[in-house]
Design a protein around this ligand. Structure first.
Ligand code: UD1
Length: 424
């Protein structure tokens, strides 16, 4: 199994170019299933999760041309299977994003229960609630661990759907399904993440009639047919936050290019509370943590525009190194503190009380053998390793490769002492 070795790297310095957003690209690719025409998606990062989504789509009948780096041309002249591939779904929970499009285009989807990051119970009840509201029949087969969703003979019909929690995936799935439904759909308490707006923008280019994406009430007038499009994914705000924290934890200075400051406002605000210097310039976000007394702050994760749960573990790694203690409260996921055990192996001394982690701060972390327990926890371990004495050896790095493009290469380019090794 491959590993990443990180040595104490001193202050990082230089520039990083942010890739297209993984969490946008996955639904953008899934949405192409809804037309027989060719769609061109640009700024697609080279990630394991993107490969899984491509395979998933090909199983349904998509033809993919990805000869040009960063661009995927995709067309699905006809649907040849309506069954999600079990192995692929276990590998990546975002495979679920194909449910809405398949239901809209083909009228049926059989989906095995998903896998993905091990961050607590991740039900799909809200996705299914949405499909039911659009008139689909949902049969949950616990024995075979799969769900079959079937539209009636007249297809799907618009309705008002209230989400009990603003789930990103459920909002995206229902948005896609409703695009080809008859009549009007309103999603209330919808998720407001930038990736939802990106998806709605692509769907509107394809001929959909979606209004108010990015607010908590999205209105969709169903259309009969969608056509092809050319669409460029937004930059990855989680990768942006990760590199902001890399500058902060190493007390370095890094210019982050191709980042959208409006998408990382809570991260900017929280880093400023810690006395990290941040300038938003036309070239990018400049993070400067050199020669500053950094102090603790508390974090509470929330749906967008609150503090992103995906940056909770990288931020916690940073908080272990600043003066003063912090409370990190996770409200989005039930069990997203797996990285605490790993950070504690490095001397962080963090304690967990229910959904709060108490970070004492002021620690000189020490290199250790740690695991990337999920994608973002893996990034947190790399950050911790940059600031720790000695060598940090990170295993299970396939999690990191699921979601960060050229992670090791980008870190090396700003002066990190980091390498990937294969044990074979
Ligand atoms: C997406 C992101 C992920 C991010 C998360 C929250 C992608 C590919 N992944 O995941 O990186 O961490 O948003 O910002 O975009 N829930 C239910 N029932 C449902 C669906 C969700 O109870 O039917 C709960 C989940 O268990 C969780 C919370 O809602 O506690 C948030 O999940 P959700 O917003 O759906 O996250 P994902 O779309 O899976």
């Amino acid at each position: 199994m491959a590993k990443i070795l990180v040595n104490n790297s001193g202050p990082l310095h230089g520039e990083v170019w942010i890739s297209g957003a993984k969490n946008s690209v996955l639904p953008l690719l899934a949405a192409t299933l809804m037309t027989a025409d060719t769609c061109v998606i640009e700024d697609v990062p080279d990630l394991a999760d993107v490969s899984v989504m491509k395979k998933m789509l090909c199983n349904y009948g998509a033809k993919i041309d990805d000869a040009e780096e960063g661009t995927i041309k995709i067309s699905t002249p006809e649907i040849i299977s309506c069954e999600g591939d079990r192995e692929l779904v276990q590998e990546m929970r975002a495979s679920l994003f194909t449910m809405g499009p398949m239901l809209a285009r083909y009228g049926k989807i059989v989906m095995p229960m998903p896998g993905g990051c091990t961050i607590g119970k991740r039900p799909i009840d809200l996705h299914l609630k949405g499909f039911r509201a659009l008139g689909a029949e949902v049969v949950e087969d616990d024995e075979n661990e799969q769900v079959t969703v079937t539209a009636g003979p007249e297809g799907l019909t618009g309705d008002v759907i209230y989400l009990d929690f603003p789930s990103v995936g459920a909002t995206e799935n229902i948005l896609m399904a409703a695009t080809l439904a008859k009549g009007t759909t309103i999603i209330e308490n919808a998720a407001k993440e930038p990736e939802i707006i990106d998806l709605a923008n692509q769907l509107n280019k394809m001929g959909a009639r979606i209004k108010s994406a990015g607010t908590d009430m999205i209105r969709i007038e169903g259309v009969e047919k969608l056509s092809g499009c050319i669409h460029e994914a937004i930059p990855d705000r989680i990768e942006t936050g990760t590199f902001m924290l890399a500058a902060a934890i190493t007390r370095g200075d890094v210019l982050i290019r191709n980042a959208l400051p409006g998408h990382v406002r809570p991260i900017i605000a929280k880093l400023r509370e810690c006395n990290v210097g941040i300038e938003v310039t036309p070239e990018g976000i400049y993070v400067d943590a050199r020669d500053r007394d950094l102090i603790a702050t508390d974090i509470k994760t929330l749906p967008y525009p609150g503090f992103p749960t995906d940056i909770q573990s990288p931020f916690m790694a940073f908080l272990t190194t600043v003066n003063g203690s912090s409370v990190v409260r996770e409200t989005v996921f039930e069990n997203r503190f797996m990285h605490v055990v790993e950070l504690n192996r490095m001397g962080a001394g963090i304690e967990i009380e229910n959904r709060e982690a108490i970070v004492p701060g002021g620690k000189q972390l020490k290199g250790a053998k740690v695991r990337a327990t999920d994608l973002r926890a893996g990034a947190a371990m790399v950050l911790a390793g940059l600031a720790a004495t000695g060598t940090t050896e990170i295993s299970e790095i396939y999690h990191i490769e699921r979601g960060y493009e050229n992670f090791v290469g980008k870190f090396k380019a700003i002066g990190a002492d980091i390498m990937k090794i294969s044990n074979d």
